[in-house]
Design a protein around this ligand. Structure first.
Ligand code: MG
Length: 157
């Protein structure tokens, strides 16, 4: 088996909706970045690539490439899924944390788990998602950023 870790941070800007894990969540802020800035998907991509020692999301989708501007992060996750499969692994499970002061993620948790599971072609039972606030301090707590972490387990196919 192989294990990998992924982490990402994106700035918040005024607007909305907030895109997390492929789900549009009604909110008064949105994530800002070169792609669609889906911080959770980016952390999952890096966890998968990391577990297979295939580099990272920046190598696979350089932000210097205009083709990646506003790119749908679901495409990046599909590419990471295919890359780990191509070198002989299947996804055992992923465990994710979103660090956000607002909004509350609990009402959206099942939808995000389902969306990630659909893209990864695994059972939603193998996709765990937890939410943590920033306790009103620091960049997360002051709502300057949202961050995400993911651990992924790969098993031989
Ligand atoms: Mg990112």
């Amino acid at each position: 088996m192989r294990v990998g870790i992924g982490h990402d941070t994106h700035r918040l800007g005024s607007g909305g909706p907030l895109k997390l894990g492929g789900i549009d969540i009604p909110h008064d802020h949105e994530l800002v970045g070169h792609s669609d800035a889906d911080v959770l998907m980016h952390a999952v991509v890096d966890a998968l690539l990391g577990a297979a020692a295939l580099g990272d999301i920046g190598q696979m989708f350089p932000d210097t490439d205009p083709a990646n501007r506003r790119r749908d992060s679901a495409e990046m996750l599909e590419a990471a899924r295919d890359a780990v499969r191509a070198v002989g692994w299947r996804i055992g499970n992923i465990d994710c944390i979103i660090f956000a002061q607002r909004p509350r993620l609990l009402p959206h948790r099942q939808a995000i788990r389902k969306r990630l599971a659909d893209i990864l072609d695994i059972d939603p039972e193998r996709v765990s998602l937890k939410g943590k606030t920033g306790e009103h301090v620091g960049p997360v707590g002051q709502e300057e950023v949202i961050a995400a972490q993911c651990v992924a387990l790969l098993e031989p196919r």
